[in-house]
Design a protein around this ligand. Sequence first.
Ligand SMILES: C[S@@+](CC[C@H](N)C(=O)[O-])C[C@H]1O[C@@H](n2cnc3c(N)ncnc32)[C@H](O)[C@@H]1O
Length: 264
Amino acid sequence: MTMVLPTFPERKVGLTEGYSKNSNHNGMTLLCLLYKRIKRTLMSCTFQLTKAPEHLLQALHEVIPHCELIAQQLPETPISLWLIPPVFPTDRLDDEVIRRIWNDTPYWIFCWASGLAMAQWILAEPHHVKDKVVLDFGAGSGVVAIAAKMAGAKRVICCDIDQVSLNACRENALLNDVELEYLDDLYKAEQVDILLAADVLYDQCNRFFLDEFLKFAPEVWVADSRVKNFSHTKYQKIDERSASTWPDLDEAKEFRNVSFYKTL
Ligand SMILES: C[S@@+](CC[C@H](N)C(=O)[O-])C[C@H]1O[C@@H](n2cnc3c(N)ncnc32)[C@H](O)[C@@H]1O
């Protein structure tokens, strides 16, 4: 069953209190979300009232107890994902829960702004991936991989170091009726035609992947809302698009602009 919520006017919000200078600032973002008094006005949102996969719920509850997962359609895409609800109960967040979120951030419960922007771009310009073998590095929920497959890619490999993320990718692939492949380590990957990476530069330690990606694909696309213009001889910034993490994290305006980089 599908329930379409009414359309609300676009929200004008104050900024979250900046980002942590700590490398794990996506964890910080999540904490910001959970601490905030959440008032949500959504542009429009479609929820599917089917039951969430039990193993994903279990994995989520190990980090955040009592939190639901809802299949939600992403803005300006036909893609639905199992994500946390836009309104989240914050009253049960004790120190232990916060510690677990911090140490073991379940990235897959959000579609990050860069992933959404990249998925929208792929669906709008499918020729980039059509008939190609694609690898989605740091797949998270699998949003980019699903978009690539919908756009006509021959094969799409979700690569994520987190097994639960790969499970979420599997469930999200089922939800969208697409067939994907799964890999837990980039270094096990074969050569592909295109490597896509959305929101994986949040940790300074991940920057070396910009060089590693080049070993696996002749064409690499990186989308990132945190890093505004990295300097690398093999990449150029080619575009900037606006997008928000879904459900909306009330991120600062500067993080609602996603930069796109492509290999030269
Ligand atoms: C912020 S999430 C982005 C998810 C998705 N691309 C999106 O935009 O919604 C970053 C993802 O990168 C994954 N990741 C981090 N380090 C990785 C590594 N060394 N190899 C593969 N995946 C990694 C994390 O597990 C996480 O799922």
